[in-house]
Design a protein around this ligand. Structure first.
Ligand code: DGJ
Length: 713
């Protein structure tokens, strides 16, 4: 339907309604976004009910929050847009020119005839998964340059009820740490300037009704699909309205639009759900599965992998690798990933990035011998690369010192002894494409771990800030490589999980979630990660007995359980495991293979144990015939707390057999009442009683866990 007549539009999904009021001459506004309204909902009435009261000492005609509030004419909050033409046209007022609506897709065209700018706002509601995506496009219609400083990808309203924010903090080996704070009376702002999504400021947040839980509360989730700099804000406005804005953070002078040029923002994603974090994650996971990830993730089994990093680091000895491959194959590993250290002169992290030829000392015949051995053992071969980086101590840098991001006559700060290649330069990307393409043609590599181990600073291209260009050129490089080698899977890694978002996931199949292989710390990371991302892309490895990043010692059972409900891998020196441990690990891998189909299709369910030192979550199959839950005792149970667990996600009308998966931690087995039933015969119970009454299960020791397998009778 096309129309220029002022009117109301509604975007509906199964669960929600987003009402847009375009009755005025300016920027339309969202007058309702929440649970789906019936067909009789009266948009005019909704709009009228939300008229702003005139505030004393305010404008005679208060300015309401729109879908793109601007600066200069009485909107007192953060504007969705900032920019100017030399010293003028810093204040803007857009007029509605055209609206197009078709199948839950709304395109709003506007212009500011004085500032000579055209704007288009796009909203698409995904009917089945309930995710609303939006983006903005700004065009300079003037005859001189327009300096763009901020252009939100989305500016969305929230109901003014008592709410809490769920935001993320983090650091290396501590990504996706959840923080809950009251919705601010003023403004909460997050600006990420690291040139990647970062360890500390993941571009996503949730807003929920006060006290929301795993199954309770109304939640709104927001995410920016962009792997560079970002800007998020949550603001309470004086007039009682609330806004969330998400967009790309632009550096001064980074986007200067010449006459006729446009800027298109990244996509922002938003989702409303009633029913706590489980409901919102269910919708986001389905959306990522159906609309974001390359299709092969859904089609292919998630192969169990071995990664060499924490096993050998840079110490690549073909005899040791051969032994490791034999042991890995015997354990049931299906993909062998050769991490950093395989290329020429790479004996530590100080040199050689950029020179992507196998080291002739370590690999006299190239990688072929190792790859053939790996394949003959029935495994696929994967390779680590860090294409965007270069060490000053490398042949590439010696040949092309001008190929790095830099600002003339300014310092070039190193991080991990490396610099960043300037992907805006055509010869740089041509070199990278040819090098990677040659490797993929020469060797039967089915998997790339694409790493990126530093933040961007002094990120200049011919004097201008180049974060945006770098991000776009990086996407382009991967896209070209994927088109040339469609069968090769790519893992996104940036010193762990510092580059993860819905845009990079359009072109990658797995995330290296964190360099933290400490299973205890991992739980917090994985809890945060799975809020926005489904478990099948969450790389999670069984690390060494004593964690290399924390010094903590944990049992093999606990480490294997922690990796069980994600994309499972092993990352430790297999020579350190005795026969009993190898046998135990083999059983865990075999068990994982029996249940891993739930990863791609299952529903992720968080449980709420009475004991706050416990954590419990699971995966329930699409037809609710099978489910698997992990119950973790992180610290000793608080005195006088019940060890009750209620299982949600099952069919209340069905009967299920529950069994604890073997191998069990000896301490768990020791304190088990009714051991025979829990471990051998299984216990049969009805879904409703499991949900409403639950069951008691004691885990006496801290840092122990059990996997509970549940199958319909
Ligand atoms: C950082 C990654 O996160 C690690 O897993 C490993 O690949 C190293 N880089 C290699 O340098």
């Amino acid at each position: 339907m096309k129309s220029t007549a002022p009117r109301f539009y509604r975007l509906d999904s199964q669960y929600s309604t987003f009402f847009v009021d375009a009755t005025g001459t300016g920027v339309p506004a969202c007058r309702y976004w929440g649970p789906r309204l019936g067909p009789d909902a009266d948009p005019e009435c909704l709009s009228l009910l939300h008229q702003l009261a005139r505030v004393p000492s305010g404008l005679d005609q208060p300015v309401r929050l729109s879908l793109f509030p601007t600066l200069g004419f009485g909107f007192w909050g953060h504007a969705a847009f900032e920019g100017n033409r030399r010293e003028t046209h810093w204040a803007h007022e857009f007029q509605l020119t055209h609206i197009e609506y078709r199948d839950n897709h709304l395109s709003i065209s506007l212009e500011d005839p004085i500032a000579k700018l055209a704007l288009s706002l796009e909203f698409v509601m995904d009917t089945t998964t309930n995710v609303l995506k939006s983006r903005t496009r700004l065009t300079n219609r003037g005859d001189n340059a327009f300096d763009l400083r901020w252009c939100a990808a989305a500016c969305l309203p929230l109901p003014a009820v008592r709410m809490e924010l769920l935001v993320f903090q983090g650091a290396w080996t501590q990504e996706f740490q959840i923080q809950r704070i009251l919705f601010p009376n003023t403004c909460w702002v997050r600006k990420n300037r690291r040139g990647r999504t970062s360890h500390d400021s993941f571009p996503g947040l949730m807003v929920g009704t006060h006290g929301f839980g795993a199954d309770s509360g109304d939640l709104y989730a927001f995410h920016l699909g962009w792997s560079g700099n970002h800007h998020l804000l949550a603001e309470s406005l004086k007039e009682g309205e609330r806004q969330i804005q998400l967009g790309e953070l632009l550096m001064p002078g980074e986007v200067i639009l010449s006459p006729g040029e446009s800027y298109t923002s990244p996509w922002a994603y938003a989702c409303f759900a009633r029913g706590g974090t489980n409901a919102v994650s269910r919708q986001l996971h389905q959306f990522v599965r159906q609309r974001i990830l390359p299709t092969q993730v859904a089609k292919k089994t998630r192969k169990v992998m071995f990664n060499t990093w924490e096993a050998i680091y840079f110490d690549h000895d073909p005899a040791v690798l051969n032994l490791m491959a034999v042991k890995a194959a015997d354990l049931g590993i299906e993909l062998f990933v050769l991490d950093d250290g395989w290329f020429s002169q790479r004996s530590d992290d100080a040199s050689a990035l950029g020179d992507w030829d196998p080291d002739s000392q370590k690999y006299p015949e190239g990688l072929s011998t190792l790859i053939k051995r790996v394949q003959s053992l029935g495994m696929d071969f994967g390779l680590w690369l860090e294409p965007e980086m270069v060490n000053p101590d490398s042949n590439l840098y010696r040949r092309h010192p001008d190929w790095v991001l830099q600002l003339q006559d300014r310092p070039l700060p190193l991080a991990r002894n490396q610099l960043v290649l300037d992907l805006s330069q055509a010869p740089v990307t041509a070199y990278l494409f040819d090098t990677l393409d040659r490797l993929l043609r020469r060797y039967p590599i089915t998997y790339i771990k694409w790493d990126m181990n530093r933040d961007l600073c002094a990120a200049g291209h011919q004097g201008r800030a180049a974060y945006r260009r770098q991000t776009l050129a990086h996407y382009d490089l991967i896209d070209r490589l994927r088109a040339a080698h469609p069968g090769v899977e790519i893992e996104t890694c940036a010193s762990g999980g510092a580059r993860v978002d819905y845009e990079i996931l359009r072109r990658t199949e797995r995330v290296w979630t964190s360099d933290c292989n400490d299973a205890f710390e991992r739980h917090a990371i994985q809890q945060g990660f799975t809020l926005f991302f489904p478990p099948e892309i969450m790389g999670t490895h069984v690390g060494p007995a004593i964690s290399h990043t924390s010094g903590r010692r944990l049992s093999l059972n606990f480490r294997a359980h922690t990796a069980f409900l994600g994309h499972f891998g092993i990352e430790c020196d297999l020579r350190e495991l005795d026969d009993n441990q190898l046998a135990e690990l083999k059983t865990h891998i075999a068990n994982h293979k029996q249940w891993r189909d739930l990863l791609r299709r299952g529903t992720y369910v968080r449980l709420t144990p009475a004991d706050e030192n416990r954590l419990a979550y699971g995966l329930v199959g699409p037809d609710r015939n099978r489910a698997i839950y992990l119950i973790v005792q992180l610290a000793k149970a608080k005195p006088n707390t019940s060890n009750l667990i209620r299982l949600s996600g099952l069919d209340p009308k069905q009967h299920y057999r529950l069994k604890l998966m073997r191998p069990l931690d000896p301490s768990v087995e020791k304190y088990l009442t009714n051991r025979k039933a829990w471990v051998e015969t299984g216990l049969v119970a009805n879904g409703q009683s499991l949900q409403e009454a639950g069951f008691a299960l004691r885990l006496q020791f801290p840092e122990t866990s059990v996997l509970l397998q549940v199958e319909r009778e």
